[in-house]
Design a protein around this ligand. Structure first.
Ligand SMILES: [Zn+2]
Length: 146
């Protein structure tokens, strides 16, 4: 990660997850001490309810944190595979063919998958011709669906 990229979370997200975790732990510890001093089972059940609520508060905070991170990852992935028009236009992808024997495929050095020449994952890379058996078909350009 370069320093130019923003953190995947906001300050409010960090404060939110810390506060919910802190409140949850406080509720659990309070319930622990409360239940230790309670003699009747009915009163202990009340403290146990507080402990479960504390666990829920912590869990909700952590789930919101994970959802925020998941959303950020999805946005970054979408920006990496963005189909927006690049600075210099790419050549038009070849029309879909029924005969896959003569299908032009490319593969860049270090890539496991073979791609259609118009695939955004090989745009701007030094590619070499490849055959369908040279690697796995790319799911982004859907080589296997041509
Ligand atoms: Zn591809």
């Amino acid at each position: 990660m370069t320093s130019a990229q923003p953190a995947p979370w906001r300050d409010a997200d960090v404060i939110s997850v810390c506060l919910t975790a802190l409140v949850g732990v406080i509720m659990i510890v309070a319930a622990w001490f409360g239940a230790a001093g309670a003699a009747s089972l009915t009163r202990q059940a009340g403290w146990a309810t507080l402990a479960v609520a504390g666990l829920g508060v912590s869990g909700i905070g952590l789930c919101l944190w994970l959802l925020r991170l998941r959303r950020t990852i999805g946005q970054r992935r979408a920006s990496l595979v963005s189909l927006d028009t690049p600075a210099e236009p790419l050549p038009a992808p070849p029309p879909r063919r029924q005969d896959t024997a003569s299908l032009p495929l490319v593969r860049a050095a270090g890539m496991r998958k073979v791609h259609d020449p118009g695939c955004p994952l090989v745009a701007g890379k030094d590619v070499q011709p490849a055959a369908l058996g040279d690697g796995e078909p790319c799911a982004v350009c859907a080589v296997c669906q041509l």
